[in-house]
Write a protein that binds this ligand. Structure first.
Ligand code: GDP
Ligand code: MN
Length: 390
């Protein structure tokens, strides 16, 4: 779709080409790293802090906020503080932000979760994972420790940055008037979100939102089909399950999905992979996003399906933002589990291929002659500070 092309060609140039000595004299943004974690993830958390400190934060000293639905123990807190010179805060996520809301029948939800477990939906059988996704979808930005911040950068245990980041991405986003930044976009597992797109589309329709050009990124092209929605008829309403959308919340009455019977646009499963995110908190704190979250939440989809915060954030962005609000950090070398983004492989460094779909698995990467990349991008440029990728 033309909207996607525009993002790279017109609106979304890489902020900084090459590397420089980080200019630490400029003021910091009002921003923090946000890490949700459990005590048992300490090793993975340390790996992540070491990586982000080495490649960015040793120059910029942004603070960290650690959140947990349980209590961090003293080992966790002391160890974490030893790996950074930045301020670190630890906060608890209360039951009002975690677990079943009072309008959900826990018995029904638990049965729904067990069913997803039986069906081998990834993480579908884990109640805590559902709670985590809902927390990152509708609550983290409301946590009291985040109230003083305007921007955040999400970190997870066991992530790795492998190139130096020698500029301040928050300030770059502020200067370029960006709202949401990502570095990897991938396809979601379809069985985790069978109904998500119906609800997101319904949100758009019920609020009379027209696409600002980003929505198309999430829509499966249907070349064989006539467009369902006549553009010139403002009264046309696609036959989506209105009665379900309007029903009392809390009944968990997700419709059974029949893919053949789905009408209108289809979700192409694309989403920004939200374990990395740099974004403006005012986006999530807006009335529009809150309305979106409320509608999605009241469908029961965080429990009866296993909606991830990644497709939630992405579809909200699709409904509310335009391509020019989004920044693709193609210059960040980033890996989490088996998916990574390598700048050497990115449109900023090569001719554009598919700007948004940069899924490079480890196996694929091996095939792409790993060593050659590292040699090429291991050349320090100025005073020993370069785009070192390792
Ligand atoms: P994956 O990346 O999708 O495989 O999921 P993770 O297990 O990494 O979870 C995503 C994030 O949520 C990570 O930062 C985890 O530390 C955190 N997380 C997941 N489940 C829980 C939980 O039950 N409690 C807490 N405190 N954090 C959690
Ligand atoms: Mn993870």
């Amino acid at each position: 779709p033309p909207a996607i092309k525009k993002i790279s060609e017109k609106y979304d140039a890489v902020f900084v080409t090459g590397c420089d000595v980080p200019d630490t004299t400029k003021p910091r943004a009002n921003a923090a790293f946000v890490v949700l974690a459990r005590n048992k993830e300490l090793d993975g958390v340390i790996q992540s802090i070491k990586s982000i400190e080495r490649h960015f934060n040793r120059w910029y000293h942004y603070p960290y906020v650690f959140l947990n639905d349980g209590d961090f123990n003293s080992t966790f807190k002391e160890t974490v503080a030893n790996y950074t010179s930045s301020p670190v805060e630890f906060g608890k996520v209360g039951p009002e932000m975690w677990g079943f809301p009072d309008w959900v029948d826990p018995k029904v939800a638990k049965e729904g979760i067990a069913k997803q477990g039986d069906a081998a939906v990834m993480y579908g059988g884990m109640e805590s994972y559902h709670a985590m996704c809902r927390f990152y979808s509708g609550f983290f930005y409301k946590h009291e420790l985040l109230q003083k911040y305007e921007w955040y950068w999400r970190l997870e245990p066991e992530i790795k940055y492998f190139c130096d980041i020698t500029y301040d991405p928050f300030q770059a986003m502020i200067e370029k008037n960006k709202t949401y930044g990502f570095t990897i976009a991938v396809k979601e597992l379809r069985e985790t979100v069978p109904n998500i797109f119906r609800y997101a589309s319904a949100y758009k329709r019920l609020n009379n939102l027209t696409s600002k050009g980003l929505w198309e990124m999430f829509v499966e092209p249907q070349p064989d089909k006539e467009p369902e929605i006549p553009e010139d008829d403002p009264n046309y309403k696609p036959p989506l399950p209105e009665e379900i959308l309007r029903s009392d919340p809390g009944r968990n009455n997700m419709p059974e999905i029949d893919p053949e019977a789905m009408e209108g646009e289809k979700y192409n499963m694309c989403h920004f992979w939200s374990n990395f995110e740099i974004a403006k908190l005012s986006f999530f704190r807006s009335k529009e996003y809150e309305d979106f979250f409320q509608m999605m939440d009241h469908s029961g989809g965080f429990w009866m399906e296993r909606w991830g915060d990644a497709p939630i954030h992405s579809l909200a962005a699709g409904a509310l933002l335009s391509p020019r609000d989004i920044h693709y950090f193609r210059d960040f070398g980033y890996r989490h589990t088996t998916i990574q983004h390598c700048p050497a492989n990115a449109p900023g460094r090569q001719l554009p291929r598919e700007p948004y779909l940069e899924k490079t698995t480890l196996d694929e990467r091996k095939r792409l002659e790993e060593d050659r990349y590292w040699d090429e991008f291991d050349q320090p440029k100025l005073n020993g500070v370069g785009c070192r990728c390792r």
